[in-house]
Design a protein around this ligand. Structure first.
Ligand SMILES: NC(=O)c1ccc[n+]([C@@H]2O[C@H](COP(=O)([O-])OP(=O)(O)OC[C@H]3O[C@@H](n4cnc5c(N)ncnc54)[C@H](OP(=O)(O)O)[C@@H]3O)[C@@H](O)[C@H]2O)c1
Length: 281
């Protein structure tokens, strides 16, 4: 399969660019510099030039708090970007797989969110991402939308932040009443490729298995990383941020490829990070 990946320098983009050729697919991996998805003409030219069968949109404005104040820029990337790709795909005969988020839900529900549960975002990030999903669904016939959550990989992410902050402090307070299924970008990329290979169009929820609070996630990061910093669980209300987050951010992966448990994925990730650091001296 010939695949064009946007946002190829991001956490997911990097893994897709590496894994797709390993699985025998041809890939055109375009960074923001090579294709700015907010530019409709550029999106159309790139799809015409590379003639992919599938476009995977891994590009996004992912700074959730900044979306509250830079909403116009966030809307341009998270909503108009996928709209541009959808129109270009439709014109050029390519299908589109777009990546979205658990933040399209409000988090008030007790059970994990199914793909068919009603979206009700509570942040500008969630609203712009939902608008992007809607453009993709309305403007293309062969669409796939993959919602994921708590992604970490080779980039800015919660795991790296916690390890960095732990090195600077004796005590760390982390939210214990907000839940997620942390997801390793490499596993997410593998699941996405599986969906592409089956041509299973439609709406998916794709995360590593199991779930935890951010406090429990941090406790496991510290256990695996042999970090001695004391961890204190706190309620969300003790750590106000510009953007609201869903208290229950857990997705039900009904009908999606099964990814391994988040603890196993985290251990693998930390090992790979350590090996990379050792190789770099
Ligand atoms: N990270 C998470 O926890 C999380 C959770 C749920 C869902 N998701 C979704 O998963 C997908 C992948 O996220 P990720 O963690 O890989 O994000 P990421 O590491 O922030 O990567 C996003 C990439 O998109 C690029 N980009 C930004 N604006 C662009 C534009 N106008 N045109 C082209 N590229 C642009 C960024 O480039 P620059 O670095 O140059 O800005 C970056 O390389 C996104 O759809 C995101 O919404 C992420």
């Amino acid at each position: 399969m010939r695949v064009l990946v946007t946002g190829s320098n991001g956490q997911l983009g990097l893994e897709l660019a590496e894994l797709l050729p390993e699985r025998g697919h041809e890939v055109a991996a375009l960074s923001r510099r090579e294709l700015d998805i907010t530019d409709a003409g550029a999106a159309d030219r790139a799809i015409e030039e590379h003639a992919p069968e599938v476009v995977v949109n891994a590009a996004a404005f992912t700074n959730v708090d900044l979306c509250e104040t830079e909403t116009e820029a966030a809307y341009a990337v998270n909503a108009l970007g996928p709209r541009n790709l959808a129109r270009a795909c439709e014109r050029r005969g390519a299908s589109l797989l777009h990546v979205s988020t658990n933040y399209v839900f409000d988090g008030a529900q007790e059970r994990p969110y199914e793909p068919f549960d009603a979206a009700r975002p509570i942040s500008a990030y969630g609203r712009t991402k939902l608008a992007g999903e809607e453009y993709v669904m309305r403007l293309t016939n062969r669409w796939t939308v993959v919602r994921t959550a708590g992604v970490y990989g080779r980039g800015h992410n919660f795991v790296r932040t916690m390890l960095r902050v732990a090195a600077e402090r004796d005590v760390l307070k982390v939210k214990d009443d907000e839940f997620v299924s942390p997801t390793y970008a490499r596993d997410l990329a593998g699941g996405i490729i599986q969906i592409l290979e089956t041509e299973g169009y439609g709406l998916y929820h794709l995360t590593n298995a199991g779930s935890c609070s951010w406090y429990e996630f941090t406790r496991e990061i510290f256990r695996l990383g042999n970090v001695g910093t004391e961890l204190v669980p706190i309620p969300n209300s003790d750590y106000p941020l510009p953007a609201a987050r869903p208290a229950n951010g857990v997705l039900s992966t009904l009908g999606s490829p099964t990814l391994r448990h988040w603890q196993e994925a985290l251990a693998d990730y930390l090992e790979r990070e350590a090996a990379t650091a050792a190789a770099q001296g």
